[in-house]
Ligand binder design. Sequence first.
Ligand code: API
Length: 292
Amino acid sequence: MEITLTKMHGLGNDFLLADDRKGFVAANISYGELAAQVCDRHFGIGADGLILILPSTSCDLGFAIWNSDGSEAGMCGNGIRCFARYVYEKNILRQKIMTIETASGPVICLLENDGEDLVTGVRVDMGPPRLLPEEIPFICPADKTIEVPLKVLDQAFQVTPVSMGNPHAVIFLDKIEGIPLEVWGPLVEKHPAFPEKTNVEFVEVLSKEKMRVRVWERGAGVTLACGTGACAVLVAGVLTGRSGRRAEILLPGGSLAVEWDERSGHVYKRGPAEWVFETRMKIKAGHCGFLR
Ligand SMILES: N[C@H](CCC[C@H](N)C(=O)O)C(=O)O
């Protein structure tokens, strides 16, 4: 059985996309196993995650995201923009406004085009942030859920947990240049206060309208950008009085414009989605091999 894998990225957060609306992939290999194999940067193609285009009975299409370690996630902000461009330009869903079913609820994508009808950007209604400890989930060691003290090694971090359909631990620091991200990241990711683990964002506030972020992603490690993470940072910035409701989030791979709309309570972000390349591969009984 052969499938097409398409590589795309959003600000360097890279994904492999596969159209499995007919269920042929799932019939031959679990999505988690496929993700772990094809996302491997040495033995596979290499990516931060695997995205599936799936059917939906409640929305225009279904979306699923699996991290490179084979774990499933509830949402992916950079990945949903790649998904929207993929299904539009491949004529799977030729709509500029699309409602996508995700594991954490429906998400609305608005595509921006140039004169050639190529997608130049995608604005996403990410829905409302989830802030209750049980929604994140977060086992709150204090009687507050903002700037909660969390001990990691010799550090006493102040964590603001936010879910955008997936958990985020937002930590504001005076400086983020040179922090041991690959040491602190996994320790926070796997901290017992986060029973489903968490994505981790270290943030340096540059102004009320601009914040710089470095990310350790659950199930993927250091990434160049995290869309849901950028939204969680904006929400935490508002909750802690560090930012306005609209800000530019600067990530190593580029910047995202994020807004937490007061009237609707929804978080909106807009950013790019880029094609990289496409390949065919064979799948047989739980293993995938590339066509020679
Ligand atoms: N690692 C994340 C999923 C990918 C999210 C990220 N790539 C984004 O753009 O939001 C998690 O396990 O929740």
